[in-house]
Ligand binder design. Structure first.
Ligand code: APR
Length: 405
């Protein structure tokens, strides 16, 4: 069907039953689940295919995420190359303790599989299922969402504007995408928090330095270590807000990491070139509801969670599964009830994840300074760590929330 090329005025292309904005984990899982249920959908992505397939982000997949992907035929890559991970280590000035979370709580482990590999698999599968996926096609507007014929306006590589209409629109285009801005102010409440902490997120071309994820609590600031692939390891270093990602040369980064991870006591780090660096401000927000008319938000567009507990991609997959079920019931069974409940079904789980992530932030970061407040809060932080080290019940609770969604 030819697309209209005159913005706003000409008839819209009847592209699909569902138009999905954004080809991140949220949009791609949703798209694959809809195709699997026989629902025609089009995914519009601003970036190129190479860009989304190389964008390194998270990598710790929760058991529920692996279940959703496996049940829907999307897990071949991660079952083949993903690595089980079930232990994390905490390092403080009092020493180190390990939590074997795979045998605590519900006994669930993570699967470590870099997000860009998952995105690559999801793109390939979507195309293999005959899906319509258009890269380098930014969506610039979403209209008609309170009526029966919502439409998105997208821009092709040559600058032409196209209007695509659908029965429903899913906004999986992240926090700064167009979907959020299509919801009128006042229709949705936005809860938000700036945790006041900034991480320098690093990828090092080096094998992991130890088996477990390691969290180092240090008076100079937090440092973290997480496996990715046999040749690439993720490190985090807490830095002052506003510091440029390039402020610290590689040698300084390795010295800071070794110091905070207390390498002199626990063994040296495997160093290598820093191949990617960016700063991440720890902020969270939750929209309520995460739907408006015929527009449904999914993934970061629905809410942003700080990376402290690696929940972002896992929440996105949980939401995509619930949304896919709702859209399929509406389009195939004529039942719009599950769709009407989408926000109510997702929000309690989103808030549980936010609560845990917020608790993790307070576990890992103590305020600097010597005023009464800072000293008191650092003492609470020690008590929290001690409780986690010594109380089996606390450890079970931790494990359940660390891997669970
Ligand atoms: N038009 C089309 N695509 C857009 C637009 C737009 N106007 N704006 C953004 N996008 C695309 C981005 O280029 C990106 O590919 O939407 C996609 C959103 O993908 P992610 O940022 O990965 O968001 P999401 O899929 O919700 O991610 C889920 O995984 O690693 C985590 O931080 C990530 O927590 C998030 C989770």
């Amino acid at each position: 069907m030819p697309a209209s090329t005159v913005p706003g005025t000409a008839a819209a292309e009847d592209a699909a039953e569902v138009v999905i904005v954004g080809a991140g984990p949220a949009g791609l899982v949703l798209g694959n689940l809809l195709l699997g249920a026989g629902v025609r959908c089009t995914v519009l992505e601003r970036q190129s295919r190479a860009h989304v397939e190389q964008r390194a982000r998270a990598g710790f997949l929760a058991a529920n995420t692996v279940r959703v992907l496996t049940e829907n035929g999307l897990a071949d890559g991660l079952l083949k190359d993903g690595r089980q991970h079930d232990t994390c280590a905490f390092r403080t000035d009092r020493g180190e303790f390990h939590l074997d979370y795979g045998s605590l709580g519900r006994g669930e482990a993570h699967t470590v599989y870099p997000q860009q590999h998952l995105v690559r698999d999801l793109v390939a599968e979507f195309l293999a299922r005959g899906g319509d996926l258009r890269f380098e096609t930014p969506v610039v507007g979403i209209t008609g969402i309170t009526g029966d014929h919502p439409a998105v306006t997208a821009q092709s590589a040559d600058g032409t504007l196209h209007r695509l209409s659908a029965r429903f629109v899913a906004g999986g285009d992240g926090r700064h995408g167009t979907a959020r801005t299509a919801v009128p102010a006042g229709a949705v409440r936005r809860y938000r928090r700036d945790h006041g902490v900034t991480w320098l997120a690093l990828l090092a071309a080096a094998p992991q330095s130890m088996g477990p994820v390691a969290y180092a609590v240090h008076e100079d600031g937090f440092a973290g270590h997480m496996a990715r692939t046999p040749d690439i390891t993720r490190y985090y270093l807490q830095v002052p807000r506003g510091e440029s990602p390039d402020a610290r040369p590689d040698a300084r980064i390795w010295a800071d990491l070794a110091h905070r991870m207390r390498a002199d006591r626990h063994g040296p780090l495997h160093e290598g070139p820093i191949v990617e660096r960016r700063t991440v401000e720890m902020t969270s927000d939750v929209l309520d509801p995460i739907q408006y008319g015929r527009l449904f938000l999914v993934g970061d567009a629905a809410g942003l969670i700080s990376p402290a507990a690696a929940k972002g991609a896992n929440l996105a997959v949980m939401e995509a599964e619930i949304l896919a079920r709702g859209l399929t019931a509406a389009l195939r069974g004529g039942d719009e009830q599950p769709l009407a409940r989408y926000s109510a079904d997702c929000l309690p789980r989103i808030w549980r994840a936010q609560e845990f992530s917020h608790w993790m932030i307070n576990l890992l970061h103590g305020p600097a300074g010597s005023d009464d407040d800072a000293v008191f809060l650092r003492a609470l932080q020690q008590a929290r760590l001690e409780s986690l080290q010594t109380s089996r019940r606390h450890q079970d609770h931790f494990a359940e929330n660390y891997v669970g969604i």
